[in-house]
Design a protein. Sequence first.
Length: 592
Amino acid sequence: MHRNFQLGILALSTHAVTVSAARDGHCPPLGAVLPVPTKPSADPAVQSAVSAFKAIMDELAQSAVLNTSAMAIGVKSIHEETPLLEWTFTPPEEYRDPRGVQQVDFDTVFRIASLSKVFPVLGVLLQNGVSIEDPVTKYVPELRALNEQARAQTPIWTTDWDSVTIGSLMSHTAGIAVDMPTDIAEHADLSDYGFPPLNESRLMNCSGLLNTPECDRQVFFARFGERAPVELPFSANPVYSNIAFALLGFVVEAVTNKPFSEYLHDEIFTPAGMTHSFAEKPDDSLGFIPPNDEWWNATLGFGAPAGAYYSSINDLLNFGTSILQNKFLSQPKTRKWFKPSVSTSSSGTLIGQPWEIFRVKNVTSDRRLIELYTKGGDIKTYHSLLAFIPDYDIVVAILLGGANTGAFDVLGPFSQMIKTLLPGIEAAGKTQASSAYAGTYTEKESNSTITLALDESSGLDITNWVVRGVDVRTTAQGLDLPPLPYPPPPLPEPARFRLYPSIPSSPAQSDVKGNQTAWRAVPALGTAEEVAGLEAGFVWEMAACVTWASLDRLTYMLQSWDHFVFGLEGDNGRAKEVELAGYGVTLVREDE
């Protein structure tokens, strides 16, 4: 039965949605679309972007909020020794407490609040024999007794602790109550606001906040059962929970038989070279402190793993680099860690373990989808953000302290940085890829040739593709394929193809050894207008972009037509040949 070429390579999906004209009908796979730039700071496009972002921040620092606050921003490629972007701001003297530093730099310590949550997650992942599918009661069995404190033994008032897994705690999908030490009754009588009169006998008499004693583990097990769950475990809606990460700290303590703060110092801070990071308040002289600030000293007791720690820009960049360089976890485990766990009510936000994953598609010239893996933290006068951009092997750290600050005062500069800096890093990758891969490859004996070029879009364009005298781009429509259902629209003629890296997209993210990289060919779905017409009848976004289901579909003698393997020269990363696995030919790069 006669079929068109796209039938085999599109996974036969009828999914469709609006595809931006900037992609010109192409559907890049999720992830890196070119090898990551390994020397971005030396690229003029990156240097220009860094200068532009610093100018923006210099102007923003004079705003009503930031000119009274301390801020530090660092960006680092894991392939370079020094940050590619460094920016700090020290507020005027009247906005600096004399207890703390008087000049902010990359070693200045700030509270990092909920950014601390990354550490108990990593602590659990480092434990051999502990699975994220394990129920938390395997390690903290006393949780079951909490339900004895509940108002009624129903799912509305009790938690099925045996259904709460380690992974659900990491991803805010356990459905458990959000917090305990933040009970406002410990600090204020709210009867004037319609709440019942304050009952002193119901107070915990602890919180750790605003100069009150911290709540210890004993208080947790004596009182937390009074808190009702918010959702059932693994419900559609994730529920942010500080308690979940305190429990992860309990798990690490149960397995290692040492306090989590001690484990954190020995197994995470020290290996990552984090010399200015602390589980408890450091000497005041090391940190930035807003005038008369009460939050610098706040403690969280048993809840410390959820948000009590302190760090600096240099340390957070070292930590992030250690993660992406697989110094903590193996490469497969690190890749698995950087995956979403659950969606949220925001179409632009997914949740990982414990990542807040922002999905953007308005930054690069081709408007493709990019995922930013982040963890933020906020505790009144301190705000933090650690971000990873795996597609480029980039780590970002932002720290902010000031009396009039909020979470958006970190997220705003982060968004501006992404819009300003990422196009420069993208350009650096294109420059590197053009030198390494673009050009013509031939095998005269079989009359085969292929030409690869780089334009303003993602991937490598195949501008000429002839195998054994056959022009693949103009004959693709004539392939006879097995009868398969749901054929998508036919490919245009000549068909347009792009190559995207698959193994490895980054040397740090692959176990591949030697001087080879694998790429996959993906066809355009049509023109931007044709794709828009195809998608018009669907209610979900980008539904025609089903590259995830189209790769490796058409094979010939068990070799995939879309599989390209480049051989590289020595250590310089320049391609010298390309094997077209499905066609059984190896083409040599022509001298330029």
